[in-house]
Ligand binder design. Structure first.
Ligand code: NDP
Ligand SMILES: O=C1O[C@H](COP(=O)(O)O)[C@@H](O)[C@H](O)[C@H]1O
Length: 484
């Protein structure tokens, strides 16, 4: 957005393309129900479909989606939600089919495209040709482009119909409470702030592990792979929030701009600066894998070389992080489902000059700080204790906090994203410069043509990934450790 941008407008209506789709069923409809429950959904929701649906069919579909997703279904809340829902049927990426939609929109619209990315541009064009871009912003799902060149082309093309201030790029990780709270958590705690640099941190590991496969998304996933699906977007955004410089209070005092806008700008500027300092990942710093049985999934090519697992080593060239390896790994059909950041602190003796990655002194396990994103978001410190009596054995204990215990129920990521799309809060969205930079970072490890290493379902991926992390190796997420 330009420096002179006005506050984003609050929408009078949410228009949802793709309301019949997978994302809407699993995430968006349950999130809208929750917003209704908490009194935050105050605008009508107009679902758009090419199918011959009527309001009754949409409401029945919404009921199924919500009951599948929530354990404490409340009929009264659902009735309120259903009353806000209506459908406009028979709308294609063709301005001639948009007339009924134009009639259903009153006021400023948040138009959300929960559709395959190949439809982003045709729909934007058709909306503009029907005059529906005059009083609307466009909210697009991920992935945004296929590589650096295609993301730039898509942005340029979309800006012909919706200018940058009227375009929001969804990355639902930015709606995850644990991720959203990370910059604040880092800076609000004296326990964290002083150690947050190369002086005290040995390495940082980010894991997004899933114990399920690509299931009914085979044809989508096979054209995308793990790096494009979750690393280029979600995990690099998370990395930025973990490692960026704190936002200066000066930046929040931008004249004439409301807080949310100024904060979003300041945060995005720091995230961008951090991503710009991340080196383009070299192929030798990547290990790619594919789970056994993946090629038999419906929609997957029988000889597919798409990776379902990736482990990467990243370097950040700035004063704070120079020399500290950041590791990212993600995969389908792994041993557990968990997203966690593990920060390995340097052993006290390392400060006196020994090597990084060498583990703790006297064989002591290293001190770890764990940011648990999912499940059970929270913070855990693994700390070393020493028995006072000889031989002074050292053991690890844990201290921590579960965020929901303190903060109450955390909104679902899509609750935050949908609400922000409606009210015009840019904070939980990715900015285009960050998206571009993230494509640059992964450019040399996508489309390498190399064959991924097969790995067993239920494992932690190919053994070869161990070679990336010397010393202590990968730390499994807390959730996956025995006894948790
Ligand atoms: N599914 C997921 O878990 C996630 C999805 N996403 C992103 O969300 C977006 C939507 O994903 P998802 O819901 O899985 O997609 P779907 O394949 O389920 O498609 C969504 C809807 O798009 C419409 N559609 C699909 N193909 C066409 C076509 N060729 N022509 C016209 N309309 C079409 C259909 O609506 P209708 O028939 O009603 O017109 C369909 O219900 C994508 O960008 C995806 O990358 C992001 C994170 C997770
Ligand atoms: O965008 C996506 O994200 C999910 C992981 O996100 P989560 O919030 O469910 O943990 C991933 O499973 C999916 O493949 C990907 O498209």
């Amino acid at each position: 957005a330009s420096d002179t941008a006005a506050a984003l407008e609050g929408a009078d209506v949410l228009v949802l393309f793709g309301i019949t789709g997978d994302l809407a069923r699993k995430m968006i409809l349950p999130a809208l129900y929750r917003l209704c429950e908490s009194g935050l959904l105050t605008v009508p929701v107009v679902g758009v479909t090419t199918r011959a649906w009527d309001d009754g069919m949409l409401r029945a579909h919404a009921r199924d989606a919500v009951t599948e997703a929530v354990t404490d279904f409340d009929e009264a809340v659902f009735q309120r939600f259903a009353a806000q829902l209506s459908v406009v049927a028979g709308v294609h990426a063709d301005p001639n089919t948009m007339k009924p939609l134009a009639e259903a929109i009153h006021g400023f619209a948040a138009v959300y495209l929960a559709v395959p990315p190949s439809l982003f541009l045709p729909l934007a064009k058709a909306l503009a040709e029907a005059g529906l871009n005059r009083s609307a912003r466009l909210v697009v799902e991920k992935p945004f482009g296929h590589d650096l060149a295609s993301c730039r082309e898509l942005q340029t093309d979309l800006e012909r119909y919706f200018d940058d201030d009227h375009l929001l790029h969804v990355d639902h990780f930015l709606g995850e409470e644990a991720v959203r709270g990370l910059p604040g958590l880092r800076t609000a705690n004296t326990l964290l702030t002083p150690v947050w640099s190369r002086d005290w941190i040995d390495n940082v590991q980010i894991t997004l592990a899933e114990d399920f496969g690509v299931e009914d998304r085979g044809s989508f996933y096979d054209a995308v792979g793990c790096i494009r699906d979750v690393i280029q977007n979600h995990l690099l955004q998370l990395l930025a929030y973990l490692a960026m410089e704190p936002i200066g209070t000066e930046a929040l005092r931008t004249k004439g701009q409301p807080d949310a806008q100024a904060k979003a700008k300041a945060r995005a500027a720091e995230a961008l600066r951090l991503l710009q300092a991340v080196r383009t990942i070299r192929p030798e710093d990547a290990v790619l894998g594919q789970y056994q049985g993946y090629q038999q999934v419906t929609g997957v090519r029988p000889d597919s070389t798409t990776e379902t697992y990736a482990a990467l080593r990243l370097s950040i060239d700035n004063e704070r992080w120079s020399g500290v390896p950041f590791y990212i790994r993600s995969g389908k059909c792994l041993a557990a489902t968990a997203t966690e950041v593990v920060v390995q602190l340097r052993a006290p003796s390392l400060i006196a000059g020994t090597q990084r990655g060498g583990g703790g002194s006297h064989g002591t396990p290293p001190d770890l700080i764990r940011f648990r994103v999912k499940p059970n978001p929270g913070l855990t410190f693994a700390v070393t204790l020493e028995r006072p009596e000889p031989p002074h054995e050292r053991v690890t204990g844990a201290a921590g906090v579960d965020f929901e215990t303190v903060l109450g129920r955390e909104p679902l990521p899509y609750e935050t994203v949908m609400n922000a799309a409606i009210v015009g809060d840019p904070i939980p969205f990715a900015t285009f410069p960050c998206i571009e930079e993230a494509w640059r970072i992964v450019a040399d490890v996508i489309d390498t043509g190399s064959r991924p290493i097969p790995y067993e379902q239920g494992s932690w991926g190919p053994d070869a990934a161990r070679r990336l992390v010397p010393g202590e190796g990968w730390h499994q997420p807390l959730w996956a450790l025995p006894g948790t």
